[in-house]
Design a protein around this ligand. Structure first.
Ligand code: PMP
Length: 382
């Protein structure tokens, strides 16, 4: 099997899984119970939370554990909207977001909020001038992802923060960092809120984080009595939290060398794809090497995904969450419908080997030649 869909999800790291099993077996108490088993769990919970906070460079009270990035995005956008609506009902997001952000914005529109979509620059990041123009006195929140999930363009978060604060120092800045964490460094001081999922960094599915800077007020979406964090009640998922802290420690080490390795694999693939006149590479100078998006102009991408699957090679059409639809990122960048409907996303990891890429290219070429011939327009009969 060759797995090249790491941006959809990752397999669980063995050490991470072991820490999950150990916490499950050895810490049966509810961290909220006052007896010895509860206290034991609470001690482990506190130390795992501290490790998560230390690794991210934030404080423990700024860590909100959620079920994943979708929940973190919901908590951030709805929670801020509820808290700050008395100051304004205007929210800005970009054309390069994950579909979960658009769904939340659609909901907020039904609640009387006004959403503006900042334009994309020719380099696939936010158009700074447009962002400046859109920020108003009543803009309570700007939400812009750190790395786009389809074409991997990376936003300059520090610059965005400066632009936002210059125009309106009260506007809160949220970033969905799901595709960035563990791939590129993130400075949490550049943002007020950030969302991510553990399963993109080799932790189990079902856990995520919402970072919220101390000075930001946010209305909780989940109310209850069992306390871990006031903003998200419920019995803490101790084994998941412990495995997330372990996964983060692994994911955040040696970022530079790993990025270099992935960069070389990406270059090998782009050089390969350039030989095919009917393949377009959807990449800009801001794309991170872990995500490589191409358009097979003459082949339906679903057909190609299944053709590769027959050889146990796994890639995506656009994102796992929007398969079958047009790629919003490619459309926003190139304004080309055919190109946006025909995307294939190959996502790489530092675990990906040269041999896997060589085998992938061999199978790709074989399948591509078969399918491209089949779908070429028929010659006119004389
Ligand atoms: N944001 C981004 C940028 C993503 O890539 C994803 C997952 N594809 C999500 C949010 C949603 O994550 P989850 O499905 O784990 O909630």
């Amino acid at each position: 099997m060759i797995y090249l869909d790491y941006s959809a999800t990752t397999p669980v790291n063995k050490d991470v899984l072991n820490s999950y099993i150990k916490a499950t077996n050895d810490y049966i108490g509810n961290a909220n119970s006052i007896h010895a088993l509860g206290v034991q769990s609470k001690v482990l919970l506190n130390s795992a939370t501290k490790q998560i906070a230390d690794l991210l460079g934030i404080s423990e009270e700024e860590v909100i554990i959620t079920s994943g990035a979708t929940e973190s995005n919901n908590t951030a956008l709805k929670g801020i909207a509820l808290s700050y609506q008395k100051f304004g009902k205007h929210i800005i997001t970009s054309e390069m977001e994950h579909p979960s952000i658009y769904k939340i914005c659609e909901f907020l529109e039904t609640q009387g909020f006004e959403i503006s979509y900042v334009k994309t620059s020719p380099e696939g990041i936010v158009d700074f001038e447009d962002l400046k123009r859109l920020i108003r006195k009543d803009t309570i929140l700007v939400s812009i992802c750190a790395v786009n999930s389809e074409i991997g363009t990376r936003e300059p978060l520090k610059t965005l923060r400066q632009i936002i604060h210059k125009e309106n120092p009260n506007t809160i800045f949220h970033s969905d960092i799901t595709q960035a964490i563990g791939k590129v460094p993130i400075n949490f001081h550049d943002i007020d809120l950030a969302s991510f999922s553990g399963h993109k960094i080799y932790a189990p599915k079902g856990i995520g984080v919402l970072y919220k800077a101390k000075d930001i007020h946010m209305t909780p979406l989940i109310h209850g009595t069992t306390k871990y964090n006031d903003l998200r009640s419920g019995t803490p998922a101790l084994p998941l939290i412990v495995s997330l802290s372990k996964a983060l420690r692994i994911a955040l080490s040696d970022l530079e060398n790993r990025e270099q390795k992935v960069s070389e694999l990406n270059k090998k693939l782009t050089t390969f794809f350039r030989k095919f006149p009917d393949i377009k590479i959807n990449q800009t100078s801001y794309s991170i090497p872990h995500i490589l998006n191409i358009s097979l102009m003459n082949i339906r991408p679903e057909t190609f995904v299944h053709a590769l699957e027959d050889e146990e090679i796994y890639v995506s059409t656009n994102t796992a969450c929007s398969s079958g639809n047009m790629s919003t990122a490619v459309m926003s960048l190139y304004n080309d419908k055919q190109r946006s409907l025909h995307t294939l996303r190959i996502s790489l990891s530092y675990y990906t080997t040269n041999d896997e890429i060589d085998e992938f290219m061999r199978v790709f070429e074989e399948k591509y030649n078969d399918l491209n011939t089949l779908t070429l327009p028929k010659k006119k009969e004389d």
